[in-house]
Structure formats: structure tokens, C-alpha cells
Design a binder for this molecule. Sequence first.
Ligand code: F6P
Length: 514
Amino acid sequence: MHDPSLQRLLTRAAASPHIRDLRQLWSHNPNRHRQFIYETDALYLDLSKNWVDADVIEQLQRLADSCRLKEAIDKLFNGEVVNSTEQSAAGHTTLRDPNHPNYHRNLKAMCDLADRIERGDIKTAFGKPVKQWVNVGIGGSYLGPRLVVEALTELQSESRIPVHFTASVDDSLINQLFNTIDIEHCLFCISSKSFGTVETLMNAGAIERKLKSRSGYRPQPGQSSLMAITAHTDKARRLGIPDDMILNFDDSIGGRFSLWSAIGFPIVMAAGQTAFKQLLEGAHQMDVHYKQTPWSRNLPVMMALMSVWYRNYMQLSAYACLPYDARLRCLPQWLQQLMMESTGKMHSNRGDVIQYPTAPWVFGDHGQLSQHAFFQAFHQGLDALPLDFIGVVDDSPNQQFLLYNMLAQGAALMQGKEEDNTMAGCPGNKPSTTLLMKRMDARAIGELLAMYEHMVYTQSVIWDINCFDQPGVELGKSLARDIQDCVANDSLNQLNLDPSTKALINQVNPKTKE
Ligand code: F6P
């Protein structure tokens, strides 16, 4: 956000009434549905229903230049320091670049292990073939793999091993899992970059106890019911996981950018090695697009510029992601972590407190379900917010029904409707973006997810923040540890906590509750 004169121009543009009036914008330029279209091999992005015109878009692109976006993109791909807090590079794009040694090292380790499991060289600790798989992980060690597994499940052809996910430590969820799976045929994978996340380790402990309580449980070389994926192999070893059951990845891969690394192993198990390679191919294609395409045709850059426009100049603080396809139902959650953990920051790269808002509040759900839940507020609520409708082009009658529903929402929001009974009328003039996936396959998913990653990186460059750290998450985690310790030692009074929280702890603590 460096150039003050550009910022003044954009602020002035945002204040002019015509830019917030879709009817005027369309009457000045009836060609918007051709002009504001951005395309790649698998994606078709329509920005024409947004509160922008060609002048604003040009100024936003100049803003990107003034923030030295080109240099920042080169730094990302050249392996230079982009994570200023940890003084490290961000390695996720190397994992999908076939010209990079990381790509081959990562794929070889994953495919070798998948082959051994599929051939039956590895059995569970009950001496049974692996027929099911459970991923134990949270945050980035859960959302990305789950999203892609769900998206590609219909396309599974190879190695159809059903994959289950367990993330939270809720008793109800872990019990439900144990009731659903065939424990003796199941391989449990502890996925954690740090191998220090309490939830994941507690679930790992519960699983180990369950396994040990069953007769016939005999871990030995070639027989294991546990495996691990981590950047900290030593910690996994200490938990008793054999070396040949540990997949490693590099610390420079951020958790929420890690689905391309060994963390994506559930995708290999569920959808097969070919699909995983195609996923990487699609992501790499997006990397090349991001690096080489002028801003005026660059999808991730345009998406980022739109979000900066709405957040910083239109002062809109929320953003909704609405996929109209059950296969993408996890996209809003994945994007929520990607955007909010990456850009929910108040310090610039130099450590000063910044003077402008960053991450919007991201929410969303399957579009069709949301239509019958919270869309009313989009149509008649006084606030506007940027909405992304995401559809997958598909000829089947049900998918067509979904797509027409999605397109109808975008049209209704923009056009509105006058009614004799004014209370039944809708004002219209609500902006939205439509993103079509031209097909649903692994390459297209790779392109889509890499597009969002680069959108977030672009936002962070414009906002001059580090999108690869997450110091804020630590505060709640360490306080939870302190509370647990103090409750165990009956020393809650010594903890520097507000009276409301102390009283609530006493309400739930078995020793003190009435
Ligand atoms: O929520 C904080 C966080 O550190 C995320 O950034 C990360 O994706 C998640 O926890 C899980 O971390 P790990 O993979 O180290 O268990």
C-alpha cells in the first residue's frame, strides 16, 4: 500500500456513487461480460458483476506495480526469504515443479510407500492387509487433503482405500470413528508438521490405547498400524513409529500450503498416484500462469486486487465463498484457514503496526444449502459483501440444476426486483464474482487451489505483511495448557485470568462444579 497518490486516486474512485451502482456501470459499458473475463486452462473467472470499472482495475494494477509485486513473485519462486519472521523461503511451489529436485524426492517417497501398502508388503500390526486409512491431523494437516479427497472421490480409479479423517479431540467423534472402521485392517496416519499439536497427539494416544487393548496387536518390521507424516521425524520416532513408516517434508513448507507435500498422502491413497501427479501438474500450470501473465490477464492477481479494493477502499469486512458442488464443500473451510491465518496480521514486514485492515472475515458453505440458510441477508440486508460463486461445468441434469441455481443467485443479487408491496422487493445492486471450473479433475483442482494460494500471497505483498507465519494462534494454545495444568494442581487462583473465565472453569471442572 505504498504509493500515496495512487491511494488517493483509489479512495476518490471508491467514494464516487457511480462505482457502487451496477446499473450505471452496465449502462456505461454493456461489454463488461466480455471485458472482465479472465481464463486459464481449467478456470473461467467473471468479474463483471463487481463494483469496478476499467479505470479502477487499471489503478489497482498500478498499485500492484508500486508494491513491487513482480519482484515479490520472483522471490517466492527463486527460493528467497519471504517468511520474514522465520527468515525462510516458502517451498510449496518447488513440490509441483518437475524441474526441481524436491518434486522428485517428495513424489518418490510417497509413491514407494503407497506401492508397498498396495502390494501388501506392509500389513497392519494385526497381520492384516491395509484396507482402510485414517488421517489424524488438524488445520493444514487436515483441510487440504480432505478437500482434495472429497473432490476426487468420484474419480477414484486406482488404490481405492477409503480414507477417514479425525481432527478434533471430541470423545463423540473418536468413538464414532472407532465404530465406523475395521480397526484390524486400518492404517492410522499421524499427520503433523510440528508433531507437537496437542489435539493430534491426544488422538494418536487414544488410537494407540485402542490398538493395544485388542488381542493380536503385534507391531513388528513390516507390520504397523501407525504411520506418521511430519517435518520432525525425531519426534515421530520417539512415539515408536518405525522409520520406514514415516514420510518427511521440509520445514519451509507452511502448514496451510502443505497439501502438495507428503501431507497429501491421503490423496494418493484415496485417488491414486496418477491423480496426485495430475494435481501437482495443475498447480504447476497455475504457478507458470502467475509468474508469466501480465496482471491484466492474471487470475490470482486479479482476485487479490478485487479483495484489496473491497477491503481497503470500499471498507467491506466480510467475504463469502460459495461452491455450488458438494465435491468442493470443504473449500470454504480450507480457504478460511488459508486467508485468515495467512493475512490476519497487524504488523508489517518491518514490524510496525499497519494502519489499514487486512484479512476479511471469510465464511461460506455449499451454495445450494446456504441459499436456504443465509442468502436472505445477501438479498435484503443493508450490507454488501464480496461473494464468490464457484461452479463446476458438468452436463448431468442435477449438476446443471445446481449451476442454474448459482447463476440465478448472481443475477437476482445484481438485478433485484421491484414489488408493489415494497417489503417484498429486493434492491439488487449486490456485487458477486463467478468462478467456473471447466471440468472436475485433479488438474483443475490443482489449478484452483494454487490460484487461491497465489491470491493470498499477492494480498500479503500489497499489505506488506508476512503470510507464512501465525504467531496469534499460539496465545490461545498456551493459555489452554496453563488452565489444564492449574486445574490439575488445584492452583487456578495463581493464574492471571479474568473472573468470568475462572468462574466458567469452576462450572466445568469435575472437582468444583456443583
Ligand atoms: O492452527 C495453528 C496451526 O499451527 C496451523 O498453522 C497448522 O496447520 C495446524 O496448527 C496444525 O499444525 P501441525 O501440522 O504442526 O500439527
